[in-house]
Design a protein around this ligand. Sequence first.
Ligand SMILES: [Zn+2]
Length: 151
Amino acid sequence: MNSYIRLKVPVVAESILGKIEKRVAELDNKDLLDEELLTLHSVFGNVLERSLDILEKHPSFTAYTTKNKLRVLLEIKGENDRCYRVFPRINYCPCYSFKHQVLEHKSQVFCKHVLAARIALILGRITEHEVTQDQYLMLLRSMYDIEENNG
Ligand SMILES: [Zn+2]
């Protein structure tokens, strides 16, 4: 990938997700259309397939929110029952793929957890769970424990 394309891909990815979000809100059809799947696949490739696998296994994800809903953390189940906590609109995940493929090699825009979280949010497949400020901070801290164990 040349550097121009590298810079452009995240913008294109965001724009595609934004369009799907708008379409779902307007038509109230909470399923991805074939053409949307094709477009997503052209940008995310096999990361999309892995995200769809996660979405298929888990019909709904937990969103931990504080009372005022200013802080939200989504819990995405990975392989081996491991949980990855990601923020709704920030491209960050403590997993190994994020570190290597997204940050270091820039060969992917999102890891499968971040993409699965974005799609789950768009399709409304979220169950909110209210936590206190302290509980939220504990969830945040344990998110970084995973990162350390990840090497
Ligand atoms: Zn991840």
